[in-house]
Design a protein around this ligand. Sequence first.
Ligand code: AMP
Ligand code: ZN
Length: 273
Amino acid sequence: MELEKTVKETLKKIKLNKKEKILVALSGGKDSTAVAYLLKKFGYNVEGFHIDLKIGKYSDDCKRAVEELCKELKIKCHYYDIKAEMGSGMCYLRSSIQGNQSKGQIKNCAVCGVIKKWVFNREARRLKFDKIATGHNLDDEAQTFLMNIMKGSPGLSSNTGPITRNRENPNFVTRIKPLFYVAENDVREYIKKKKLPVVFQKCPCSLDSYRVQVRSYLEKMPTKYKMNIVKNFERNYPRIEKLKDLRMQYCEICGEPSRNKICKKCELFSKVK
Ligand code: AMP
Ligand code: ZN
């Protein structure tokens, strides 16, 4: 099958080892579900990790899908309750952060993305995993690359790829994206064929108009174009990398590895009143 072949080649390219402990970040959506299913099928050492975002029924459905999937795949799953750990659900956290900053500074989904990445790294390290796998697919990556160019900050793409590039810091758990070269439509078809438990509803909290615009533009493009965007970036990595300082330090507040004195997550939380 074409999708499986592409994923196998990606895993070979990033030299993923079957002995490594991989934590799959499971949202309950189709992409991360496909990642867990495929890694397990190919004989990798995987466990699941789900953040319960506490966004009403949507979150309950996602959690149920993850529980069902892990039972079906016979893998262990770790759960992180955002309300218990951070004081409130993701929607509330996001609006308190946004209510306390100058308008338009940071978009909705970016807030959620920063918090999720922070949690993935801290928990994967605490649980002693070697890698974190996420469900990002070719469409997501092409969107991000284009958005960074249009923002005038191509350097923001310098740490992306099927595997993160700054791997020398032991406190920073390497992230992998097994679906990096797989188009979203192909994932959707694959999941339907395999009849895996998945929530197709979009997050009710997502109002990221900029990404929505770029997505609807790219949606009409053939997969080949999206692949060209990603491949073009890969060819230019050495030059793009120079635009960004990849050195790491430690956040003065939470101790997590960070590019700046204060990490992005703590910077956002300092705005919560
Ligand atoms: P998103 O930022 O929602 O586009 O999700 C990107 C990737 O992050 C997904 O493919 C998952 O691997 C992971 N992810 C998103 N939401 C969650 C969640 N609630 N719990 C665990 N992993 C998640
Ligand atoms: Zn911090």
